[in-house]
Design a protein. Structure first.
Length: 580
C-alpha cells in the first residue's frame, strides 16, 4: 500500500474524536458545543482556538489557522500530511504503511533509491570486516565511537570494483548506475567512484540514503572529500544533513544549530548536542530556510571560524531578513570549525558557546565597531541608521532596553533619542502596513468580491453547487476557478458537501485548502436570496464578457480578411449588448 485513499482517510477521521486528539497536545475547555484552548500556531494568551467534534474541525479566530484532525497534527508536529494520517490512525488501532514519495516519482527514481540503500549497507558491512581494521583505528583515533558509527551509518569503500559488480548482479544496468552517480566509466569500463575512503551517507528529509561523502583516511589524495554528484534524487541545495535525525530534538528544544560540515554535526552529537544540521559547505538556499522554518524559528548559526564561515553567516542573515527567524551566532576563535574546536578545546568550551551565543544585534555591533569612528558624527549617524530597523523588530522590552543602553554607551547618543527613532520607525512600518491593507481592500474589484461570495454560498449551501455548475463556468482567479471546479466534482461524486470532508479530500493541496478556509472563515450572513446570487453571477458574466471583448478586439486589429473582421465585429457587438 503506497498511500490510503480518500475513503480510507475519511473512515479514519470519522472514527476519531478530534477533541480527544487535540487535547493530547493542548488543554481544552468545554464552552457550549465546542472546546477552546490556547492556539499553538501563534503567540496566543487567551484561548482563541475552537475545536468542534460536530464539524470535525479546529479553527483559530485570531491567526486563522483551521483544518481537520490531520491538519492539526501535521501543523503541530511539523510532519507531512500522510505522516499525520498515519499517526492519527495508530491511535485507533489502524496500521498504515506509507511510501510518502511523490506521485510523480518514476521507477527510475525508485531504482536509484534502491541502489543507494544497497550501497549504504555494503559500505557499512565493509567497515566491520578485517579489511576495515585500519579505518576503524582511524575513526577511533578521531574519537568516533562504535555507537556513533552505527548511528550515522558510517561505512568504508574498498579499492576494488565489487560494489559495481554487486549492483550489476542485482539487475541494474550500467546506464542507470552512471545516472545514479555511484559509478564512473572510462574506455567502456564501469568502475566504483568511491575507493578506499570512509563513507558518510547523505540522506533526504525522510532519512533515505541519496548520496555519499567519502573521506581519505590513509595515504595522500588531492581531494580530502569526494561527494556524490547531483542526481535525480540528490539536490544539495534542497536538503540539510542530519535533518531527519535532528527533527524531533529541534522541535523539543525549539532551537536549531546550523553548521557547515557533516563532521561538525557528528562531533556535536558526541557531546550530547542532537539538534544540529549542516548545509554541507554550500551557500544556504531558500529551500533550506523553509526546511528550518517548518521546525523552529530559533536559529543558532555556527559556521567555521574562518573568513569563509563569516561569509556564510552573512549570507544566511541576508537571505533570512524577511523571515521571523530569531537568529543568534557563535563565532569560534582561532578560525576553527566546530569539529576541530571540540577536539582541541573540549566539550565544556563548546557548550559554553552554545549556551551564550551572540544576538544578531551584538554580532552587528561587533562588526560595525571595527570600522566605526565614534569621534566622527557622520559615522555615528550612519551606524544608528543601520541598527534602528533591527532594534525595531525586538519585541521583548527588557532585551530592547539592554540593546539601547549598549548602543548609547558605545556611541554617546542619548538613549531617549534612540528610543524616539525606534518609535518613529515602528510607526512608519505600521503606517505602511495599514496602507498596504487598505490598498489590498481597495484593490479588490467587484469581480473578486462576487467570486468570493459565490464560493462562500457554495460551501454553505449544497443546492448552490449545481446551480453554479449549470449557470457559470468562469471565475476571474485561477485558484478560485480550480476550487469551484473541485467543489463541483466532489459534490457530484459524493452527493453531499461539507468543508471538513472536502479538506480531507484535498489532502496536501495547500493553495486550495488555504483559499477554502479563508472563504469559510468569512464573517458573512449564511442566509441568501436568489436575487443576491444571480446578482453575483451577473457580475462574473460581465467580467467574462469584457475579457472576451478584449480578446476579440485584439484579433480584430490584426485581422485583414474582411469576412472574418465582420464576424468578429458581430460577436463583439453581441457581447456588449449582453453586458448592458
Amino acid at each position: 500500500m503506497t498511500k490510503p485513499t480518500y475513503e480510507e482517510i475519511l473512515n479514519i477521521k470519522n472514527k476519531v474524536n478530534i477533541v480527544d486528539i487535540v487535547s493530547e497536545f493542548i488543554p481544552l475547555q468545554a464552552k457550549g458545543k465546542n472546546f477552546f484552548g490556547i492556539c499553538p500556531f501563534h503567540d496566543d494568551h487567551n484561548p482563541s482556538m475552537s475545536v468542534s467534534n460536530e464539524r470535525k474541525m479546529f479553527k483559530c479566530f485570531v491567526c486563522g489557522e483551521s483544518g481537520d484532525v490531520f491538519g492539526f497534527v501535521q501543523k503541530y508536529k511539523k510532519i507531512s500530511y500522510y505522516e499525520a494520517v498515519q499517526e492519527v490512525a495508530s491511535k485507533i488501532g489502524i496500521s498504515i504503511k506509507l511510501d510518502t514519495r511523490s506521485k510523480n516519482t518514476s521507477s527510475i527514481y525508485d531504482k536509484q533509491y534502491e541502489i543507494y540503500d544497497i550501497s549504504n549497507k555494503y559500505y557499512q558491512n565493509n567497515l566491520n570486516t578485517n579489511l576495515g581494521k585500519i579505518a576503524r583505528i582511524y575513526l577511533k583515533d578521531r574519537q568516533i565511537t562504535d555507537e556513533m558509527i552505527k548511528h550515522f551509518q558510517i561505512g568504508l569503500s574498498l579499492n576494488d570494483n565489487k560494489l559495481t559488480k554487486l549492483l550489476e548482479s542485482k539487475g541494474f544496468d550500467d546506464d542507470l548506475l552512471l545516472r545514479s552517480g555511484i559509478v564512473a566509466k572510462t574506455d567502456n569500463n564501469v568502475f566504483d567512484i568511491f575507493r578506499n575512503r570512509i563513507m558518510f551517507p547523505l540522506w533526504d528529509i525522510n532519512g533515505k540514503t541519496i548520496g555519499f561523502s567519502g573521506r581519505i583516511y590513509e595515504g595522500k589524495d588531492s581531494s580530502k572529500y569526494i561527494n556524490t554528484m547531483e542526481t535525480d534524487i540528490f539536490k544539495k541545495g534542497t536538503l540539510l544533513y542530519n535533518y531527519h535525525n535532528a527533527r524531533e530534538h529541534i522541535i523539543k528544544e525549539n532551537k536549531i544549530i546550523v553548521c557547515e560540515g557533516f563532521m561538525d554535526v557528528i562531533r556535536l552529537y558526541t557531546i550530547g548536542v542532537h539538534n544540529a544540521v549542516a548545509t554541507m559547505g554550500t551557500a544556504v538556499t531558500k529551500e533550506q530556510l523553509n526546511l528550518i522554518r517548518k521546525l523552529t524559528n530559533n536559529v543558532i548559526l555556527m559556521f567555521d571560524g574562518d573568513s569563509a564561515g563569516e561569509k556564510a553567516t552573512e549570507t544566511f542573515i541576508g537571505l533570512s531578513k524577511d523571515t521571523d527567524f530569531n537568529i543568534s551566532i557563535v563565532r569560534l576563535e582561532e578560525d576553527l570549525d566546530p569539529d576541530d574546536y571540540i577536539l582541541k578545546k573540549g566539550k565544556d568550551k563548546m557548550l559554553y558557546h552554545l549556551s551564550n551565543p551572540k544576538s544578531l544585534m551584538d554580532y552587528k555591533l561587533d562588526k560595525e565597531k571595527k570600522t566605526l569612528d565614534i569621534t566622527n558624527g557622520e559615522d555615528v549617524s550612519k551606524f544608528i541608521n543601520k541598527v534602528i530597523p533591527t532594534l525595531s523588530k525586538i519585541n521583548d522590552d527588557i532585551a530592547l532596553e539592554v540593546e539601547i543602553n549598549k548602543i548609547s554607551k558605545m556611541t554617546g547618543i542619548n538613549p531617549s533619542l534612540i528610543k524616539s527613532r525606534i518609535k518613529k520607525d515602528v510607526q512608519n512600518n505600521q503606517k505602511s502596513d495599514k496602507i498596504t491593507i487598505r490598498q489590498k481592500e481597495k484593490g479588490e474589484s467587484k469581480y473578486d468580491k462576487a467570486a468570493k461570495m459565490i464560493l462562500f454560498y457554495m460551501i454553505n449551501h449544497n443546492n448552490l453547487i449545481l446551480y453554479y455548475f449549470n449557470n457559470l463556468c468562469y471565475l476571474p482567479d485561477d485558484i478560485d476557478r480550480d476550487l469551484a471546479s473541485k467543489i463541483v466534482l466532489f459534490y457530484k461524486k459524493y452527493e453531499s458537501f461539507n468543508v471538513s470532508d472536502f479538506i480531507t479530500y484535498l489532502e496536501e493541496d495547500t493553495k486550495l485548502i488555504n483559499r477554502l478556509t479563508e472563504i469559510d472563515n468569512l464573517d458573512y450572513k449564511k442566509e441568501y436570496t436568489m436575487e443576491e446570487i444571480d446578482g453575483y453571477f451577473k457580475i462574473i458574466k460581465e467580467y467574462s464578457n469584457k475579457k472576451q471583448i478584449n480578446e476579440l478586439s485584439n484579433k480584430l486589429k490584426n485581422e485583414t480578411n474582411e469576412v472574418v473582421r465582420k464576424e468578429l465585429a458581430k460577436r463583439i457587438e453581441k457581447l456588449i449588448k449582453e453586458s448592458k
